[in-house]
Write a protein that binds this ligand. Structure first.
Ligand SMILES: [Zn+2]
Length: 68
């Protein structure tokens, strides 16, 4: 669903990770993702940051242990 508030287009999406509703604002990467694939899995900024951090930690751990 697309809304326009204060001249800025935004979509309302539901985070697949924490199930919270969140807004994505025109001009952001997240907005492009939702616009291109509104039925896809999208996550909020908090979860995106957390997932990226976890991925980085896992990557670092793999480098240290040499295991998957
Ligand atoms: Zn989330």
């Amino acid at each position: 669903m697309q809304e326009q508030i204060d001249g800025v287009f935004r979509f309302r999406s539901t985070c697949y990770s924490c199930r919270r509703e969140f807004d994505v604002i025109e001009g952001t990467q997240a907005y492009d993702n939702v616009k291109r694939n509104s039925k896809g899995m999208h996550c909020c900024e908090d979860c995106k940051n957390r997932i990226e951090l976890e991925a980085r930690l896992n990557f670092g751990r793999r480098l240290l242990t040499g295991k998957d």
